[in-house]
Design a protein around this ligand. Structure first.
Ligand code: PLP
Length: 377
């Protein structure tokens, strides 16, 4: 007999959709950059493996990498040091270690709806109850402080925020970040800020929560910025007292992060950042192209994404998101049904522009054909 937590845990519906795809389908479902890591990063990885960096390393990560990450966070909080940084085996693991370190059974955790697929399940695995807060078109997919207040009880322990957001692409204005910090402090909540897309922004920088309060944990990743999702490497930044606890959970999950990938990331952080700039410029051009292509699509309401590489249109047809995604799949385009990200994702699709411009044109053309038929029927 297996444990209840395993019986009740669900695997994200996203993968199921991909498995049913016809062979030549255009993929607008990707949750990762359609780029390779920068050449110097690949070279550093190969060198690290050839030079014997194939063994366990320190649990919190190589000191040189922790120092480098801390240095990058010093403009947000000048006292940030290596002790505040834990290198993890991905952003996903960083989020799991956070859930284990700070949620007690019976706690409530505010999570975005729609939001990234791991926040709710991680809270449950730690015995806590996720309480979804609403992100809607009317508010450009940004949290509403009154809604947060209404969902907060004396059991609320933490709020998870994600800007830039998966699946909506929304980026919090600086003023909203300050208001969320005030709200969290008033209720003694820890802020868990998932900033994995912080460098993938199109209309100005994203505001980090680091340095805004003593009760903030930043989960971040090199997956997207260095296009190395398969190398599984990320990090946490936290006040020292929390970093010690986070590191304990991280140790019990995976002992230490992958050693050669850390050497590769160090090379990436030492580079001039031109690969990231080029990737973001291409994503921006695709975002603009996609917005243009969808402008006259009937039955769709699209909020212009300011970050990440997703759009989250709402459709007006009386069909489930899965039915629409299935119908699109049959026409040869993979999309992600919005309800994979929470109840308020019903009547939405997530479209990823981590796809070539040619694929965007073809895929959004097929979507528009479908939209015309669905809107007419
Ligand atoms: N957070 C968000 C919002 C994401 O979209 C993802 C990946 O899609 C992650 C965290 C986890 O990324 P990784 O585990 O590859 O670092």
């Amino acid at each position: 007999m297996v444990a209840r937590r395993a019986r009740e845990a669900e695997i994200s519906g996203i993968r199921k959709m991909f498995e049913a795809a016809p062979p030549n389908a255009v993929n607008l479902g990707l949750g990762e950059p359609d780029f390779d890591p920068p050449a110097e990063v690949v070279d550093a990885m190969v060198r690290a493996v050839r030079n014997g960096m194939n063994h366990y390393g320190p649990s919190a990560g190589l000191l040189a990498l922790r120092e480098k990450v801390a240095e990058r966070y010093r403009d947000r909080l000048p006292s940030t040091a290596a002790e505040n940084v834990i290198i993890t085996g991905s952003g996903s693991e960083a989020l799991m270690a956070t859930a284990l370190a700070i949620y007690d059974p019976g706690d409530e955790v505010l999570v975005p709806n729609p939001g990234f697929v791991l926040y709710g399940p991680h809270a449950r695995l730690a015995g806590a109850n996720p309480v979804p807060y609403a992100l809607t078109e009317e508010r450009k997919h940004l949290p509403d402080l009154d809604d947060l207040e209404a969902r907060t009880t004396r059991r609320t322990r933490a709020i998870v925020v994600n800007s830039p957001s998966n699946p909506t692409g929304a980026v919090f204005p600086a003023r909203l970040v300050d208001r969320i910090v005030e709200f969290a402090e008033a209720h003694h909540l820890t802020i868990v800020s998932d900033e994995v897309y912080e460098e993938i922004v199109y209309d100005g920088p994203a505001t980090s929560f680091w340095g805004k309060s003593d009760h903030v944990i930043i989960a971040n990743s090199f997956s997207k910025t260095l296009a190395m999702t398969g190398w599984r490497i990320g990090f946490l930044v936290a006040p020292r007292r929390l970093a010690i606890e986070l590191n304990k959970m991280h140790y019990h999950i995976m002992a230490c992060p992958p050693t050669p990938a850390q050497a590769a990331v160090l090379a990436g952080l030492a580079s001039d950042g031109s690969a990231l700039r080029a990737m973001v410029a291409e994503f921006r051009a695709r975002r603009d192209l996609a917005m243009k292509l969808l402008r006259s699509t009937p039955g769709l309401e699209v909020v212009r994404p300011a970050g990440a590489f997703y759009m989250f249109p709402k459709f007006a047809w009386r069909r489930s998101a899965t039915d629409v995604a299935r119908a699109l799949l049959a026409r040869g385009v993979i999309t992600t049904p919005g309800d994979a990200f929470g109840t308020l994702g019903a009547a939405h699709l997530r479209l990823s522009f981590a796809a070539s411009r040619a694929h965007l044109r073809t895929g959004l053309g097929l979507l528009t054909d479908y939209a015309e038929e669905a809107s007419a029927s």
